[in-house]
Structure formats: structure tokens, C-alpha cells
Write a protein that binds this ligand. Structure first.
Ligand SMILES: CC(C)(COP(=O)(O)OP(=O)(O)OC[C@H]1O[C@@H](n2cnc3c(N)ncnc32)[C@H](O)[C@@H]1OP(=O)(O)O)[C@@H](O)C(=O)NCCC(=O)NCCS
Length: 423
């Protein structure tokens, strides 16, 4: 937790895209002050599994942060915000278009108030261009960034992926940008505005599909298991094809349940040992020298047959048994692991990727751990804060306010929403 020690972040992010970024930075040691709407990040109450407790949606994305509530629509709340802004190295937000501007805090204003501060901003589509005024959620970004049109099978509908590439993926991009800007600010004394659009982030993650998009102007793509041709225009959905130079696919194994699959990459170098191992069982002892599969070009051409043969071999084995057969042959492969498999996996636990925590409202629960392992700065994961848990602490410790001032701000409504007027 030492890497970002001393870096203070004013975190106005909500839902998933921003909080995933600030959680990672908190796990690297930054002091993340989550400035929340007095009603709280909407995810606190979304998809609740325990009555009256912060949801897993919130708790899994907001660990190691401090929470303060500030009403940005009150003059006193805005003053607290300005005071905090002057004490922080980074401010970050992922509001809908124009929200911060409507509070009266454009980037120019923020820069004027604290010239060294780095501002990180996530928008669905960025701050300029025809889509700039639109809001976005995960699947909207997957739809518009190229992921959905290239996921699925050609004659089926486009599919979203379970990995949150629109939200969490964008959060990762933002973290990289803000750390670079922070380094520059340390050198020059000048902060800058770092913007990541979710659509751009998804396009970046679909880079190889845009490689293929351009290859289609010159010819077909023989490694695809579905038909492709020169001038096709759109990159097709190609099921579980590998996406790289090597052929790959998911192989169905015994007992043929929903997740009884092993993903196999038939790397050029492993064809011969693989064919020697499976050929005899399939009644084709000379499979390794069979001309239909002798070169990678031939295997690409005849890949449907190759996958049929490998699937036939797999019928007698579970995914773990097949993995045990293929690993000694150096065949890159991995079982399709369910969430249940992962939550119980020894390797996952050994790498602190499934971490048990305690929470005052919900009791014991689990979070996915820190995937970035810093040798001298290991993450120590602490539970997410309850709403406004650290308001007084932050005002005293970071801003030096005394209790009388806090009380007077509180009665002026700086930390709460005004009560609804009776009808
Ligand atoms: C995610 C998103 C669609 C949610 O939309 P939304 O629920 O309407 O929320 P918005 O961010 O647009 O607006 C937040 C509202 O809360 C208010 N609010 C937020 N913090 C506040 C505070 N501390 N005090 C007072 N009001 C506050 C804002 O003023 C705004 O109200 P307004 O529209 O009256 O100005 C939208 O925030 C968005 O497009 N974000 C950018 C893209 C993104 O990150 N999407 C992925 C999210 S995982």
C-alpha cells in the first residue's frame, strides 16, 4: 500500500466505471475520498441481497475509500468541495454530460482553483463529437465500440461479453492516464484534464478486430472458422475462434454440461505431438502426417474437421482430464471456469483473488482481489465505507475544520438533501 502513499484523490465517481478505477488506486495506497451525493451512490441500493445493507454492487467497487456526503447544490457544500479540491492531487468523476459544469465547476475553473490538480473524467462518448451529449452504460459502450458486432455467431444476434469492458475497462484506461498526468504534474507543477470515453476504451480493447477489418480489404481471413471474403466490409462474429494467428476453439468435454468445455489453442508447434496423442484413439494412427493437416495452412482450411476430431477425442474425458493430457504436450489450454469454480479454486485463493471481508451492515462477504501485484506494495483490502462514514473525520483531518464549523455547515445543509416540502 506504499506505491501511491501521499496521493489524495477527490473521487466523485459513481456506479462502476469510475469506482473501479478509484478502488484500484486506493489498493495502491492513495487516500481516496469518495464525495457522494447525500443520497449516496445509487448502487448502494441497487440489486440488494441483504435488506438495508449496502449492495454487493457497491461494496465490491468501493473498498479502501473514505465516504463523505456533500450537497453540491448548496453554497456551503460547494465551499467544502472547493476546500477539498485545494488539498487533493486528483479529482475524478463520471457524471452524465455537463453535470459538473452545472455545479459551476468546469475544468477551467477547477484548474484555476488548483493548477496542479489532475482531473480524470469518464464519459460515454467524450466531451466533443456528435455523441457527446449522450449518457452511457456498459452494454451501450459494448454496442458502440465494436465488441457486440464481433461477439457471437454469424447467424445469431450480437452478444455482450460478461467481462465489463465498457465500465471496468474504461476505469483501467483512466487510471493509466491519471497516473501519467500525475507524473507530469509532479515535474511541471501543472495538472491536466484526462478524459476517457467508454466507446473509445471498448474500441481499444477490440483492436484486433480492426486489424481484421483492414485485412478484409485485401483478401479473406483463413484462420476464421466462418466464411470471410475480400471486400466483406464488416468483421463477422466468429464464435470461439482464437482471434490470433493460431487456431483455437472451445472443446466440449464429458459430462457435457454448460461449462464442461476446454479452450484449446492448436499452436503450430504442438500439432505433431497432439496428433500423435489423439490420432490412435480416433482410429487415425497417422494423423500427424495426414496431408489435410500437415501445415498450418492446411489445418486452417480443414479446421472444421480438425475440431470435430478433437471434440470426438474429448468425449471420453472431463475438461480437467483433457487438460491433464494436453499440458504435458505443451498445448495451451484452459477449462471454462464458472464463477463457482473460481470462487473455490486453490490457485485463485493462493493469489488473493477471492478475498473475505466483514461489513457492519452485511456481515461476511467476498470481493475479487487486486489483480495488479506490486512486490513492495501489496494491497491490503479493507471494506467499503458506509454512506458519509468519514464526513467529520475528513473535514477535521484534511481541512482542519473544528466541530463548531462542522455543526454550522451541517445545519446549513452542506451534507444533506433538503427535506421534501409537504404537499
Ligand atoms: C451513468 C449515468 C448514465 C447515470 O446517469 P444519471 O443517474 O442520470 O446520473 P448523472 O451523472 O447524469 O446525474 C447525476 C445527478 O446527481 C446530482 N448529483 C451528483 N452528485 C451530487 C452531489 N454531491 N450533490 C448534489 N447533487 C448531486 C447531479 O447534479 C445530477 O443531477 P442533475 O441532472 O439534476 O444535474 C451517467 O452518469 C453517465 O452517462 N456517466 C458517464 C458515463 C459512465 O460513466 N457510465 C458508466 C457508469 S458505470
Amino acid at each position: 500500500m506504499e506505491a501511491l502513499k501521499g496521493v489524495r484523490i477527490l473521487d466523485m465517481t459513481h456506479v462502476q466505471a469510475g469506482p473501479t478505477c478509484s478502488q484500484l488506486l486506493a489498493w495502491m495506497g492513495a487516500d481516496v475520498i469518495k464525495l457522494e451525493n447525500p443520497q449516496g451512490d445509487a448502487t448502494r441500493g441497487q440489486l440488494r441481497d441483504v435488506p438495508n445493507a449496502d449492495s454487493l454492487y457497491f461494496t465490491m467497487l468501493n473498498c479502501n475509500k473514505r465516504s463523505i456526503t456533500v450537497n453540491m447544490k448548496s453554497a456551503e457544500g460547494k465551499q467544502v468541495f472547493v476546500d477539498l479540491l485545494k488539498k487533493c492531487h486528483i479529482i475524478m468523476e463520471n457524471f452524465g454530460p455537463g453535470v459538473l459544469d452545472r455545479f459551476g465547476f468546469t475544468w477551467q475553473k477547477i484548474h484555476e482553483l488548483n493548477p496542479k490538480i489532475v482531473m480524470g473524467s469518464i464519459k460515454g462518448f467524450g466531451s466533443r463529437g456528435p455523441y457527446a451529449d449522450f449518457k452511457a452504460y456498459e452494454n451501450v459502450a459494448q454496442a458502440m465500440g465494436g465488441a457486440m458486432s464481433t461477439t457471437g455467431v454469424p447467424d445469431g444476434p450480437p452478444f455482450v461479453t460478461g467481462a465489463q469492458i465498457g465500465d471496468t475497462g474504461t476505469g483501467l484506461h483512466l487510471a493509466i492516464g491519471m497516473l501519467a498526468a500525475l507524473r507530469q504534474a509532479d515535474r511541471t507543477g501543472e495538472g491536466q484534464y484526462v478524459e476517457v470515453a467508454m466507446m473509445d476504451g471498448v474500441m481499444n480493447l477490440c483492436r484486433v478486430k480492426f486489424r481484421d477489418h483492414q485485412r478484409l480489404t485485401r483478401g479473406d481471413m483463413p484462420e476464421y472458422s466462418v466464411p470471410t471474403y475480400k471486400g466483406m466490409g464488416e468483421v463477422p462474429r466468429a464464435g470461439n475462434d482464437s482471434g490470433g494467428g493460431q487456431l483455437g476453439n472451445a472443446i466440449h468435454c464429458k459430462p457435457h454440461g454448460a461449462n464442461d468445455w476446454l479452450y484449446i489453442v492448436v499452436q503450430e508447434a504442438v500439432w505433431e505431438p497432439l496428433a500423435k496423442r489423439i490420432g490412435p484413439d480416433l482410429g487415425i494412427p497417422d494423423l500427424a502426417t495426414d496431408s489435410r493437416f500437415a501445415t498450418i495452412g492446411e489445418r486452417r482450411k480443414n479446421q472444421q474437421l480438425m475440431w470435430t476430431l478433437i471434440n470426438k477425442f474429448a468425449e471420453k474425458h472431463t475438461k480437467r482430464e483433457l487438460m491433464a493430457i494436453l499440458n504435458p504436450l505443451d498445448v495451451p489450454c484452459g477449462p471454462i471456469m464458472s464463477t463457482q469454480d473460481l470462487a473455490n479454486d486453490e490457485h485463485v485463493h493462493g493469489r488473493d483473488m477471492w478475498v473475505e471481508l466483514d461489513h457492519p451492515q452485511r456481515g461476511k462477504w467476498w470481493n475479487v482481489g487486486m489483480p495488479i501485484k506490486l512486490s513492495a506494495s501489496p494491497a491490503m483490502i479493507k471494506r467499503s465505507p458506509t454512506l458519509g462514514e468519514h464526513t467529520d473525520e475528513v473535514l477535521k483531518e484534511v481541512l482542519g475544520y473544528d466541530q463548531a464549523r462542522i455543526n454550522s455547515l451541517r445545519s446549513a445543509g452542506a451534507f444533506s438533501v433538503p427535506p421534501k416540502k409537504a404537499a
